[in-house]
Design a protein around this ligand. Structure first.
Ligand SMILES: [Zn+2]
Ligand SMILES: [Zn+2]
Length: 287
């Protein structure tokens, strides 16, 4: 099998189903040689996976997926730290975000109980631990028979416009880009097809915020969408990144590490080299 790279994956330290070491082993079995773990708002999955990478024969890239607000809508931003280092300040900032998430979860439980659901914070945290989020609440609602499926849980109760939604303090997109870059990282716009609004129109604003890259390759993208985002990145002098957004079979069925849905994903091998060079350029630029 030829080498595959996958720069977007989740462990059970956020909303994936595999433990960090299991994810690394699964990636190796699937032929991935360079894997970035990009858990939501935490580096724990990466930290816990590090020890397993050498034995699995793959290179692990430190990453994260931040939830940010862009023009009032939740927008995911990937951060990559190929030269990981200590990231002390960045980790501190991440812990602050986790406190905000915990606060939201307390209010979300109260709201769901108001709506008549018997759900406790302990139950949710038993699943998501420090990174408990809406997907964990959806799973409990499904298990208890309150909803038919995840979609109904989100559409009727958990989505931003649904009746159970509670506000969460989130960083702005520009703040997310800034903290990633200050830590020597590369900031990449995650799965741009899910950005609310016209990404093409937003590009000047995103670039002004300091965005480095676009996730042109993603398991949800069609061939045409990928091509459009590659062109868009080139037009603005940005890097491209890509990955499967693997969450494990039980959370996102059908997605495989490195190859997406039935082989619809193939991240070009030069992406990782460009990412590393991008870091070099970015840090040279600061001195
Ligand atoms: Zn995302
Ligand atoms: Zn993701």
């Amino acid at each position: 099998m030829s080498a595959l790279i996958d720069l977007h994956s989740h462990t059970n330290e956020s909303d994936g189903s595999l433990a960090p070491a299991e994810l690394v082993q699964q990636a190796a079995r699937d032929g991935v040689t360079v894997l970035a773990i990009t858990d939501h708002d935490t580096l724990s999955g990466y930290d816990l996976a590090l020890a397993a990478a050498p034995a699995a024969g793959l290179e692990l890239v430190c990453g994260i997926e931040l939830s940010t607000k862009l023009r009032g809508s939740s927008t995911h931003l990937l951060g990559y730290f190929p030269a990981a280092g200590e990231l002390t300040e960045f980790r501190q900032w991440v812990r602050g975000q986790q406190r905000a998430r915990k606060d939201r979860n307390i209010r979300l439980v109260a709201r769901l109980r108001e709506l008549g659901f018997s759900i406790t914070l302990d139950e949710a945290e038993a699943r998501g631990r420090g990174m408990t989020g809406r997907p964990h609440f959806a799973a409990i609602m499904l298990e208890k028979g309150y909803v038919r499926d995840y979609r109904q849980a989100f559409d009727e109760y958990l989505d931003e416009s649904a009746k159970g939604y509670v506000y969460r303090q989130e960083p702005t997109f520009a703040e997310g880009v800034e903290v990633i870059r200050k830590a020597g990282g590369i900031a990449s716009l995650a799965h741009p097809t899910r950005v609310r609004g016209d990404v093409v129109d937003m590009m000047p604003e995103l670039c002004a915020a300091g965005l480095n890259a676009i996730e042109a390759y993603h398991s949800d993208h069609t061939v045409d969408e990928t091509a459009q985002f590659v062109v868009l990145a080139r037009r603005y002098g940005l890097l491209v990144t890509g990955g499967s957004d693997y969450h494990g079979e039980s959370v996102k069925p059908g997605v495989r590490l490195g190859t997406g849905y039935e082989g619809n994903l193939r991240v070009p091998l030069d992406v990782i080299g460009n990412l590393r060079n991008g870091v070099a350029v970015a840090s040279d630029g600061r001195h």
